[in-house]
Design a binder for this molecule. Structure first.
Ligand code: SAH
Ligand code: SF4
Length: 433
């Protein structure tokens, strides 16, 4: 999400004659785009800003700005007290940046942290930063109002808003025409996407269908799906379009219904398992990945065991795993006790990571000697003689170069693997789809 916001900011400023640079020493303005979802980030932001201040001593006139989720919370301390900043813009205030920068030039500090009910930046074509020319992100929604009790997003990024469907489809077509072959649609809960086009209600499933229809060579991914809202209609839409990827990110957070209830996730362990069974039934071969939070308020040992047993049952292909960290302005911070000791959180997290390591290894082992359609992204990091790409399940596949080009598809037969990567050879073998 944050990266996608940086691309919107780059677009707004490029229109005003600014250009983006990859060399920080060349920059006249430096923006730090922040996210406050998890812990530690605030300390890192402060350190980074102190480093920019040191740069400013050598380059007077250098402007420093803070963007994104932390804008509201940190503006007082970083801008007013410690004077580490010139500009502060919250996630809905990027259009105001040119004016804020003018304020700085006239000797003031530019601040806008207002959240909006409508802003989706629908008409802004993002400037693709750090692009491989093959895969790109498109933000289709902003904000969230699910109010999971641990989560700061509803208070930092505001109300849920869907973006105009026609602007998303146009952006997808433009990307395809520019040579991009994979787009990832982004939102905090893409399943609740909804846009009215005259009498037609465009749900997320209908949006996917429309984008999948642009060209069979365009792959579509999306994140994130909330388990409470992932419908059979969506699963059937994926199943009937080979270019919608067989990979669903379905954050479970905990395997215990009791903890899920405290988290305000609005589903139970059983309901989650029922949705996973539906994915397996409707989209055979679909990868499922997840997010897990360990050590949430009052989490008991048996809750933790339930998380482990659920992970084992689902056989997640991949997981992002976190220790719970209390965030300000959340329901949990206001009403629950962060009472699992740090050492217990750490031990549980280690057990979860170890288990996932094995599950990822076993998932890759099942791919040995099978053939996968891979979209080539570019050179492998380890060797210029190898390409790196992904299969539909979003697994990284490395193989020796032949005459292929980034942005094209090739079939790769898997010959070896680690828990993180599949390795193989391009093959003429055809796939049975
Ligand atoms: N909208 C997505 C998640 C966005 S935040 C969803 O509902 O799944 C990404 C992940 O960060 C979450 O899934 C959660 O696992 C983690 N996270 C959020 N708040 C957290 C907190 N306070 N402590 C630890 N992890 C947290
Ligand atoms: Fe946060 Fe829950 Fe919204 Fe995800 S769905 S962004 S975890 S409040």
């Amino acid at each position: 999400m944050n990266f996608s916001d940086s691309e919107i900011v780059a677009s707004i400023l490029t229109d005003r004659g600014y250009t983006a640079t990859e060399e920080i020493q060349q920059a006249d303005i430096i923006f730090l785009n922040t996210c406050s979802i998890r812990d530690n980030a605030e300390q890192r932001v402060k350190k980074r800003l102190q480093y920019f201040q040191a740069m400013k001593k050598k380059k007077p006139g250098l402007m420093i700005g803070l963007l994104g989720c932390m804008a509201d919370r940190l503006k007082t301390v970083l801008l007013e007290e410690e004077q580490l900043l010139d500009v502060v813009a919250g996630p809905d205030a990027y259009r105001d940046l040119p004016r804020l920068l003018e304020e700085v030039e006239s000797g003031q500090r530019g601040v806008n942290i207002l959240l909006s009910m409508e802003e989706t930046y629908a008409d802004i074509t993002p400037v693709r930063l750090e692009t491989n020319g093959v895969s790109a992100f498109i933000s289709i929604m902003r904000g969230c109002e699910n109010y999971c009790s641990y989560c700061v997003v509803p208070s930092t990024r505001g109300k849920e808003r869907s973006r105009d469907a026609s602007s998303i489809i146009r952006e997808s077509m433009d990307l395809f025409d520019q040579g991009f072959r994979e787009i990832t649609l982004l939102g905090q809960n893409v399943n609740s996407y909804s846009w009215k086009d005259g009498d037609e209600e465009i749900t997320f499933a209908r949006l996917l269908e429309k984008i999948a229809g642009i060209n069979p060579l365009l792959r579509i991914r999306f994140a994130t799906s909330h388990p409470k809202d992932i419908s059979n209609d969506l699963l059937e839409t994926i199943a009937s379009h080979p270019n919608i990827c067989r990979a669903i990110h379905l954050p479970v957070q905990s395997g215990s219904s009791r903890v899920l209830d405290r988290m305000n996730r609005k589903y139970t362990r059983e309901k989650y398992m029922e949705r996973v069974a539906a994915i397996r039934r409707i989209i055979p071969g679909c990868a499922i990945s997840t997010d897990v939070i360990t050590g949430f308020c009052d989490e008991r040992e048996e809750d933790h065991q339930e998380t482990l047993s659920l992970m084992e049952w689902v056989k997640f292909d991949y997981a992002f795993m976190f220790k719970y960290s209390e965030r300000p302005m959340t329901l949990a911070a206001d009403t629950l006790q962060d009472n699992v000791p740090e050492s217990v959180k750490e031990r549980r997290l280690t057990e979860i990571i170890d288990l996932q390591q094995r599950l990822s290894y076993e998932s890759n082992q099942r791919d040995l000697h099978t053939v996968h359609e891979v979209l080539i992204e570019g050179d492998s990091k380890r060797s210029g003689d190898h390409f790196m790409g992904r299969n539909s399940q979003n697994k990284v596949v490395i193989f020796p170069k032949n005459n292929e080009k980034p942005g094209s598809y090739t079939n790769v037969k898997i010959q070896s693997f680690t828990s993180a990567t599949l390795m193989g050879d391009a093959t003429k073998t055809h796939l049975f789809v």
